[in-house]
Write a protein that binds this ligand. Structure first.
Ligand code: FMN
Length: 209
């Protein structure tokens, strides 16, 4: 399977070349994330795609990760701060339209979701949104590898700075996790030729037959 070969090829790049990733490939990575699964299917995060050099310089100010500014594109997976009734209603309305159902056809689902999320604390809903954003991150990593685009998933960033620079709080969002995209500078990245370190499959995976 090519996927396994491509996952063996990928690694978390530390040093990128100046080469840009084409917009067509970026669009495919975004589409892959949009197509991935989320719990209850309501996609409680948004994906920012940032190329602006000044914005990226500011975002990377407090981080040891030079990849925040020194790469082709930066993706920011931004989780919802709240799961509001209004959001659930509008999402369910969209579902009804996309599935050609009459208005109110998914009322039971809507009431169930409203009941469930309004019974959670804001902190629980934030953690839940972050988990969904991480599924997006995993999908973006796989999509990038399939396209032979290099990527670095990163938690080493200042979420408060990201919120401030990108105006996330006003949008009801917060930075959950980020990822750079680009092409490895193999000659100056010490990890480019390092063997991949993973557990033996039998230790990692436990089969119960
Ligand atoms: C959620 C997450 C956060 C990570 N944060 C960073 C980071 O801030 N900086 C970095 O250089 N690598 C980061 N990594 C990359 C990991 O260190 C790397 O994936 C791991 O060592 C396995 O190596 P490989 O991905 O190269 O196979 C992160 C990976 C994940 C999944």
């Amino acid at each position: 399977m090519d996927l396994i070969k491509n996952l063996q090829w990928r690694y978390a790049v530390k040093k990128y070349s100046d080469e840009s990733v084409s917009e067509d490939k970026i669009d495919q990575i975004i589409e892959a994330v949009n197509l991935t699964a989320s719990s209850c299917g309501i996609q409680p995060y948004r994906l920012f795609v940032i190329t602006n050099p000044e914005v990226r310089q500011r975002l990377g100010e407090d981080s040891f990760n030079a990849q925040i500014h020194a790469s082709s594109h930066l993706l920011v997976f931004a989780g919802f701060n709240e799961i509001t009734n209004a959001y659930i209603e509008s999402y369910v309305e969209m579902m009804e339209k996309q599935r050609n159902l009459e208005s109110g056809g998914l009322k039971i689902l809507e009431d169930t979701l409203v009941g469930y999320f309004s019974a959670q604390t804001p902190e629980q809903n934030t953690i839940w949104s972050d988990k969904q954003a991480y599924i997006g991150l995993g999908t973006a990593l796989i999509a990038a590898a399939e396209l032979k685009v290099d990527a670095t998933p990163m938690e080493g960033f200042d979420p408060k700075l990201f919120d401030e620079v990108l105006g996330l709080s006003e949008k009801g969002l917060h930075a959950s996790v980020i990822m750079s995209l680009g092409y490895r500078d193999a000659a100056s990245d010490f990890l480019s030729s390092a063997p991949k370190v993973r557990l033996p499959i039998d230790e990692f995976s436990i089969r119960i037959n």
